[in-house]
Write a protein that binds this ligand. Structure first.
Ligand SMILES: Cc1cc2nc3c(=O)[nH]c(=O)nc-3n(C[C@H](O)[C@H](O)[C@H](O)COP(=O)(O)OP(=O)(O)OC[C@H]3O[C@@H](n4cnc5c(N)ncnc54)[C@H](O)[C@@H]3O)c2cc1C
Length: 371
């Protein structure tokens, strides 16, 4: 006897989004999550739904990201109508502001390289000079030389997203079980036995979406997820009058009025601490971009750990045995929540297989023979 059609291990944005798609397709799902001491990128991120920098060197990632940005609209609408929770999703287009001509040139080169890849899904963008940026964003400083704008970019409130996903699961009769760290997974004739200090659960299908925890869990079912932490530090200011409708790659005003300034990329192992060195560089660049930020108090700083694969692209894989186990790891889980909820979850429910389009994301791509 199994207790659930599918057990999803990891109750962050990735696991909860996939569980949403499974539950919406009629499956009973149990979502097992560790406690408050866990590393949880989903509770500490910058919350962009971001298209304009995704997919250089992997066209499949560009297509997957662009599809997700579109599917986000349906996800946000369903969550609002079914749970009553507005997750503050908007897609007004996003800017990457540049503080020197060198930065503009570097962005241009990357965009040209991106769009010259064979079979890549192109996305709309504009290169703007200072005057045009000023016309669209009147509060920028004189040091902004130019910007890249893409109308596909947006943002959301990640904590409300998690709450809405968990509420939706409860409404569908599925369960979110916190403080249920998984220690051992065993294969059984019917599927899997998942064990921890809290007891054990039997399930037919298994989805591993445990963020950095996937590195340890995936080999238990014959899969792999060679992910490592990449630290990001963030600053949030006191609330202020709305002045920034669009998200920038490193600055965004939340629906509540605070301004988020992010986010660094540091190789610091599992040390999720903050340091004034990195924070002051981030604050200084933000003030050059929007001088009015100099008058705001910082109310909090924090760091969180990204879930990073060796090439930075997501990992999706499944076992060949039946019923299958799946593994999913990615470092842009907010952006990909649209496809995880609206495409991947339903595919796992209906076909018990990954969509064909995800073949490129197998971790077998890391098996490069030594010279
Ligand atoms: C600073 C920063 C900024 C970011 N900005 C953005 C952004 O702007 N846009 C974007 O798209 N993405 C962004 N991200 C990335 C995004 O936050 C992550 O991709 C996403 O949160 C990953 O979700 P996850 O559920 O895979 O991992 P996590 O949130 O880390 O969740 C993993 C979960 O698995 C659980 N777990 C682990 N081991 C076990 C176990 N053995 N048993 C049971 N449960 C287990 C943990 O409790 C945890 O809740 C950012 C990340 C950081 C750190």
């Amino acid at each position: 006897m199994t207790e659930a059609d599918t057990v999803v291990v990891g109750g962050g944005i990735v696991g909860a989004s996939i569980a949403f798609g499974l539950a919406r397709s009629g499956e009973s799902v149990i979502l097992l999550d560790e406690g408050d001491i866990a590393f949880r990128a989903s509770r500490g991120n910058f919350a962009l739904v971001w298209v304009q920098s995704k997919g250089l060197a992997m066209p499949a990632y560009a297509a997957w990201t662009q599809r997700s940005a579109k599917e986000w609209n349906d996800l946000a609408a369903i969550l609002r109508s079914e749970t009553g929770i507005d997750i503050a999703h908007s897609q007004p287009g996003g800017f990457t502001l540049c503080l020197s001509q060198k930065e503009v040139d570097a962005r241009l080169t990357k965009l040209q390289q991106f769009h010259s890849q064979p079979n890549v899904a192109h996305f709309p963008y504009e290169i703007l000079d200072h005057d045009e940026v000023k016309r669209r964003l009147p509060h920028i400083g004189d040091k902004v030389v130019g910007a890249v704008f893409s109308p596909l970019d947006g943002h959301a409130n990640p904590l409300l997203l998690m709450r809405a996903l968990h509420s939706y699961l409860a409404m569908k009769g599925s369960e979110y079980r916190p403080t249920h760290a998984v220690e051992i997974i065993e294969r059984t004739p019917e599927g899997f036995r998942v064990k921890g200090g809290w007891g054990e659960i039997r399930t037919a299908k298994l989805v591993l979406a445990a963020g950095l925890g996937n590195a340890r869990l995936a080999p238990m079912v014959g899969l792999e997820a060679p992910v490592k932490p990449s630290r990001g530090q963030l600053i949030v200011t006191e609330k202020t009058v709305p002045f920034l409708h669009n998200p920038m790659v490193t600055i965004r005003q939340t629906n509540e009025g605070g301004v988020l300034i992010g986010d660094s990329k540091e190789d610091a192992g599992f040390e999720n601490v903050t340091g004034t060195g990195v924070l002051s560089v981030m604050a200084d660049r933000a003030i050059q971009m929007f001088p009015r930020l100099r008058h705001l108090n910082v109310v909090r700083t924090w760091s969180a750990l990204r879930v990073m694969s060796p090439d930075g692209f997501p990992i999706y894989d499944q076992t060949s045995c039946d019923p299958p186990a799946f593994v999913t790891s990615c470092h842009s889980g907010v952006t990909l929540a649209g496809v995880h909820a609206m495409t991947l979850g339903p595919a796992l429910a209906q076909n018990a297989r990954l969509p064909e389009t995800l073949a490129a994301f197998t971790p077998k791509r890391f098996h490069v023979p030594a010279n």
